[in-house]
Design a binder for this molecule. Sequence first.
Ligand code: HSE
Length: 437
Amino acid sequence: MPQIKVGLIGFGTVGAGMVEVLINNRRLIADRIGAEIAVKKIADLDIASDRGVRIDPIVLTTDAMEIINDPEIDVVVELMGGCDQAMEYILMAMERGKHVVTANKALIAKHGRLLFDTAERYGVDIAFEASVAGGIPIIRALREGLAGNQIKAVLAILNGTSNYILTRMTEEGLSFNEALSIAKRSGYAEVDPTLDIDGSDAAHKLTIVVSLAFGLPCKYEDIYKEGIDTVCPEDIRFAGEFGYCLKLLAIARQVDGHIEARVHPAFVPLDHILANVNEAYNAVYVEGDFVGPTLFYGLGAGRRPTGSAVVSDLMDIARNQIKGITGRVPPLSFVRPPARELSLKPIDQLITGYYFRFSALDRPGVLSKISGFLGANNISIASVIQKGRAGHGSVPVVMLTHEAMERDVRKSLELLDKLDVVTERTVLFRVEKKTGN
Ligand code: HSE
């Protein structure tokens, strides 16, 4: 049976998961592809710790160049993370004719073009299924399964850490900091959770999704992002009163020849399928012009799910190698730019519904002052909740608007927050439409 030889750089959680899948499902994998996938070398700075998988210590090295320079290795799997060093290893591997598998979403999001061009130049494949939504095969779904569709919209929960924190806040009424502490203790948040909670991780993933779904070369820097660290339990409670929950959404939508691409906490109607995606789960809702709505759900992180995604890439490459082909499916699914020119829509032109929570003095005429001001700026109110006196003179005035333009909203809030009856900065969330609205 032919053998595909693999070199793994980075023997962390996902690397160990990949090796575990290859060992546990060795026979199944060989039956499916007609070849054996053999891990010939593993490079990591730590080659002493037990990863819970049985490997011959002879495969371990602290020198990644042993993999890059090994002429017998067919595929390099980069799971070390980070940008500069990982990029250097990947480019060197390609120059030496090796295929590459990576889970490095930041690298693909920031330097995808260079990586794909280099792969083409050297006639090798690059695969990155594990870079978006861990175990969920969303890259293959967008690139192949849904390839005959114009993609209308993608709404996704792409960050398990944030989803776990928001679930704790929703179910237990906790503050953001309390929920974050639990997430850290339970292993759902890293010691430094910045990239997960500030929306960067989801924005990296959305950059890749937008490129695949719309054939629009998308830059990470162009994706609008907000994180969840400013979410208060109060807003989650008000969301519930209006019939919504609060989720960190990654949204990409085709609207009038433009693509909206944004990551931020959003009100999601309780009857939307994504409202039931809780804990550390990820989900990607994709709407195509022929297929209609589809939903992909599963674990977006972790040793076994992400290991499963890496192995699927290895199997794809092994199949290509056996047939003597490369580049059968272009990395972003398009061999040339789509006929219809699309561009990213700046956030200030976004049109959507909004939730505002004003902190206002509890005096006669304040509500009409606020609503009159919004009306004068093209913002129409759909519903209002005003709670009783809080005791310190300020009360929350909470409202949902009909569709309005972000530019008008920003301008209005900036001016409204200067009114003497408004005591704190107004809280704003964007609202996804309820079905039938
Ligand atoms: N840290 C990510 C998450 C998983 O919380 O979803 C890896 O992309």
